[in-house]
Design a protein around this ligand. Structure first.
Ligand code: IMP
Length: 431
């Protein structure tokens, strides 16, 4: 039996990981987020009620499961407290099941300002970030001036670090951006107030996970964003500032790579992307509008309309390799129900030649033209189907083809937004 499973996005994020993590949480004892921050938006629908989490592990809706915000996450404490309060109102949060790494870096108010202002300065070269301060927070981490969650527990240390940071940031904000700077005491007081609420949860989460593993508990590592947004393996510079791929589960939660049993990739039955950057199979015009509307493709974090396009088999095969995928979850199959023709990209034309391996360089991808194969649509409602062999034959063929092209078998197929709109082929926690 697999005990420790990593879930990652196999595309550019928004693959529907939240719902899948929520479902798999039933089999797990601990759910861990290991990277990213509140740039993520995980939507889970339970009993017709919609929950959108940005920072909380999606498993938080299960009261008896431990939820960990791991070392590799960047935490905006205001957002965290906001999410705790929503859960408290609903009577879901009991206070015992949240564990925040003392090593996780804090997103500070100046990070958000810098994120938005630097994007503006970039003009046409902008990345289209979520504006949540993610990049600047990771910049400080790498520059070794970041402030960690654990620092909140030592008022003097926190104040000293804050003061140093504000002096440096204000220099840039006032002299380069020509904006009003930040005041140390204002942020200090605000963050100390927040600390009262979250201090009990801040701890050595690596050790917490280790102990859970020693007790033979099952751990689900919940990736945010997607493989192609990975800072090293994605379509740089049009990426996020963390490693979004499966290897990060180990580093970002402080457990050895040998402890991970399986990695599962989530992919939509088509492709979407938010923000700037190359997207070879992107659609435009009416075709794009139809797919966007059917799929409800608007960002859970920013509300931005998502860019939409056909399924890209090169990208998925790449994700399978980078993450070492053992299984696929294909989501939103039902969104394709009304299409007469469905295309799948099986190669790119680049410099007059066919290529079948995904290039990550933005300049190369921008110069690639997709080579498609066309599938006949099934034109039937799949949204209530619970068994693979009950799917229309053409839909089965479509899934089989995606498996063949990626070299990875589907373990689940999602056919709607609700928890039970699901075809379970094989539970990833089983052998
Ligand atoms: P950042 O992570 O806010 O710095 O944004 C960098 C890029 O990643 C932008 O193109 C964002 O749209 C994209 N991005 C960040 N988080 C998500 C996500 O959860 N889903 C999809 N795209 C995301």
């Amino acid at each position: 039996m697999a005990k420790n499973i990593v879930i990652v996005g196999a595309q550019w994020g928004d693959e529907g990981k939240g719902k899948i993590v929520d479902i798999l949480t039933k089999n797990a004892d601990v759910v861990v987020r290991f990277q990213g921050g509140n740039n993520a938006g995980h939507t889970v629908i339970v009993n017709d009620e919609k929950f959108v989490f940005h920072l909380m592990p999606s498993g938080i809706l299960h009261k008896d499961k431990a939820c960990v915000i791991g070392d590799g996450v960047v935490v905006d404490p205001e957002v965290l407290v906001g999410e705790i309060e929503v859960l408290e109102e609903k009577g879901i949060f009991n206070g015992d099941n949240l564990h925040i790494s003392k090593n996780a870096h804090l997103i500070m108010p100046y990070h958000k300002r810098l994120d938005i202002s630097k994007e503006r300065l970039k003009g046409k070269q902008k990345i289209g970030t979520t504006g949540r301060g993610i990049g600047p927070a990771y910049e400080d981490k790498a520059a070794r001036v970041g402030i960690k969650c654990g620092d909140l527990l030592d008022e003097k240390l926190f104040r000293a670090k804050l003061k140093r940071n504000i002096a440096e940031k204000n220099h840039y904000i006032q002299n380069v951006l020509h904006q009003v700077g930040f005041e140390t005491h204002e942020i200090y007081h605000k963050y100390m107030e927040i600390t009262e609420k979250i201090a009990p949860f801040i701890k050595d989460t690596s050790f917490f996970i280790y102990k859970a593993m020693m007790e033979k508990k099952k751990i689900l590592f919940e990736g945010a964003q997607g493989t192609l947004l990975d800072i090293d393996h994605g379509t740089y510079p049009y990426v996020t500032s963390s490693n979004t791929t499966a290897g990060a589960a180990s580093v970002g939660s402080g457990i050895g790579p040998t402890r991970i049993d399986k990695t599962i990739g989530i992919t939509k039955a088509y492709t979407t992307r938010v923000g700037e950057g190359p997207f070879p199979t992107e659609l435009d015009g009416k075709e794009a509008d139809r797919l966007r509307e059917h799929g409800g493709e608007y960002g859970a974090t920013t509300g931005r309309p998502r860019r939409v396009g056909w399924f890209d088999a090169l990208a998925l095969r790449y994700a399978a390799r980078i993450n070492g995928l053992d299984g696929l979850v294909i989501t939103k199959l039902d969104v394709l129900d009304n299409l007469k023709k469905i295309k799948v990209c099986v190669g790119y034309k680049y410099n007059g030649k066919k290529i079948t391996d995904f290039p990550t360089e933005a300049s190369v991808l921008n110069a690639c033209t997709p080579i498609y194969e066309t599938h006949e649509g099934w034109l039937e409602d799949t949204s209530r189907i619970k068994k693979f062999d009950k799917l229309p034959e053409k839909a089965q063929r479509y899934i089989r083809r995606l498996e063949e092209l990626s070299g990875v078998k589907a373990v689940m197929i999602s056919v709607g937004a609700a928890r039970d709109d699901l075809i379970l082929i094989k539970n990833p926690f089983s052998r």
